[in-house]
Design a protein around this ligand. Structure first.
Ligand code: DI6
Ligand code: FE
Length: 403
């Protein structure tokens, strides 16, 4: 049996439902085999046995390791010029309809193997890790052919082999229609259902399936077909829903028991109620809202009132959210959407874990869960939200090891 390691001297924010979210407790955390094996009110209660290792966190604030539950971090190329065009007055939709947008990144990724895709993404991954991220969701979606999508998913899985971080992968099957696709969007969805989705499921490379439900992408009816097939194959679903218009995407996600419905700027009251019933997490993506200079925020007060769990993520992607800072995403969620610091912190830990279907083993500091922690040089938790560029992380602990 491996030795027990005990972290003492931390002011611990467990973030579990029963602990007051923003008041840290003086707790010792014992870890063995990467998991939390004991939590004690005082170091004495966890007195070290011979061979145990004791590490003093020096009175620092300790939170669960952060979880970025929505990224498209595996991509090549830049679309900074499209950002300039948007600032000059063109819309994201116009640029996308003209062959820019997602299709441009698909072209940049074309022909790149797993290692080239991985090398392109690692600086962004490292930026997230330097802010205390210990679990990261990564979507495919810049391939559009089965082989290219599998390549992106392999590159996503390879991140976990190259860095001390957990990766959850999502097959973003219906992201954009390949140019001049014979038969159009319905025929593409048909191919996904008959060929690509079963092959991806068999590969074991995807933990969930996602789609982009927008006027210039896929309709709710098309996404419903995809979700039927995903469900039959035993894969959980999540959805890019109601970002630029009310497509009834959140209601659709709720109907399929989605792990999460993401964006939600235009989600209506009935759809909020449907999310509350389904238990799906509302993942807010304030980076996309910021970069697109949107003016219609998601219905935060309605989500709160209905008791829908709210997560916050970067949406790291080259077009609508070139953001590789989860701390910045928290600040944007607070400033733009009015989330409290407590909601922001729960949104990148407990609720983010739920959005990935991983709440049983991460997202809070509790016995039996992975010992994934972030140790901070700040006095109060709110400082993590209400600062930009402060680099507050002192150390990241992943599966019980300081990394
Ligand atoms: N996530 C997406 O997949 C799209 N928007 C979003 O928030 C498009 C991303 C892109 O433009 O590449
Ligand atoms: Fe996205």
């Amino acid at each position: 049996m491996n030795a027990t390691r005990i972290f003492i001297g931390g002011r611990v924010l467990r973030l579990c439902a029963e602990a007051s979210t923003m008041r840290p407790e003086r707790l010792a955390i014992a870890t063995r085999d990467g998991r939390i094996c004991a939590l004690g009110r005082e170091a004495e209660r966890l007195r070290a046995a011979a061979g145990d290792e004791v590490l003093d966190l020096g009175g620092r604030l300790v939170t669960p390791g952060l979880i970025d539950c929505h990224t498209h971090i595996i991509y090549a190329g830049s679309r900074a010029d499209e950002a300039e065009r948007r600032l000059a007055g063109e819309s994201y939709t116009t640029i996308a309809r003209g062959g820019g947008g997602i299709l441009r990144t698909v072209a940049s990724c074309k022909g790149l193997d797993e290692s080239r895709l991985l090398e392109a993404a690692l600086p962004r991954v490292d930026a997230l890790l330097s802010e205390g991220v210990t679990t990261l969701e990564i979507k495919s979606g810049y391939g559009l052919t089965l082989d290219a999508e599998l390549m992106l998913l392999r590159a996503a899985r390879a991140v976990a082999a190259r860095r001390p971080v957990s990766v959850s992968t999502t097959y973003l099957a219906a992201h954009a229609l390949p140019p001049a696709y014979p038969g159009g969007a319905d025929a593409f969805i048909e191919r996904l259902c008959l060929q690509d989705l079963p092959a991806v499921a068999a590969s074991g490379l995807a933990d969930a399936v996602d789609g982009y439900c927008e006027a210039f992408a896929f309709s709710a009816a098309q996404i419903a077909r995809l979700f039927e097939r995903a469900r039959a194959l035993g894969l959980p679903v999540k959805l890019h829903a109601d970002q630029l218009s009310d497509m009834q995407g959140a209601a659709l996600a709720a109907r399929y028991g989605a792990l999460s419905a993401d964006h939600l700027e235009y989600t209506d009251a009935a759809s909020v109620a449907a999310l509350a019933r389904s238990g799906s997490v509302a993942v807010l993506l304030p980076g996309a809202y910021y970069f697109l200079r949107e003016r219609h925020p998601p219905p935060v007060q309605a989500l709160r009132a209905a008791g829908v769990p709210i997560a916050v993520a970067t949406d790291c992607n080259p077009g609508t959210s070139p953001l590789s800072s989860l701390l910045t995403a928290m600040n944007l969620a607070a400033v733009q959407f009015g989330l409290t610091s407590s909601e922001c912190l729960a949104g990148v830990t407990r609720e983010a874990a739920r959005a990935l279907g991983l709440a049983a083993d991460r997202g809070t500091i509790e016995c039996g869960k992975w010992c994934d922690l972030a140790v901070w040089n700040v006095d109060s938790p709110a400082e993590l939200v209400h600062a930009l560029g402060a680099r507050p992380l002192q150390q990241r602990i992943w599966h019980g090891r300081s990394v």
